[in-house]
Design a protein around this ligand. Structure first.
Ligand SMILES: [Zn+2]
Length: 128
């Protein structure tokens, strides 16, 4: 499969899983692979129809599904998080990011599930 076919398949698969899990219309409006100048890389999945409560209540499942999607895309699922629309309970995106060393240190220093008001951490694997 080409990279775009793989992205398309992963988007559809995850959307179906989340619709079944949450029993409501969830739209994954765009799935992007990215690489940043700092060295971070990964995938961002922009979403509509997911609320903060959905993530909190079904965290275990959402975490599992996002991990599977990440693995399908060959992105090590070491840092998984949801980004909220600032000041709302709306989930803007689900993300899997392989952190560069500097960003890793920034997040490693943070504490709790929400080191920033717009970030809800699903998984953060600490490095030795
Ligand atoms: Zn970085």
């Amino acid at each position: 499969m080409t990279i775009t076919d793989t992205l398309a398949k992963s988007r559809g698969d995850l959307e179906n899983k989340l619709r079944n899990l949450l029993a409501k219309p969830v739209f994954l409006i765009e799935l992007d692979a990215f690489a940043l100048p700092c060295g971070c890389k990964g995938v961002t999945i922009n979403a509509r129809g997911i609320q903060y409560d959905d993530i909190e209540i079904f965290e275990e499942h959402v975490n599992k599904y996002l991990k599977e999607t990440s693995e399908d895309l060959e992105v090590e699922p070491s840092f998984l998080f949801a980004r909220l629309v600032p000041g709302t309970a709306e989930v803007a995106s689900l993300n899997s990011r392989i952190l560069c060393n500097r960003c890793y240190m920034d997040f490693a220093r943070g504490t709790g599930k929400m080191p920033r008001p717009d970030i809800y951490i699903l998984n953060f694997t600490r490095r030795e």
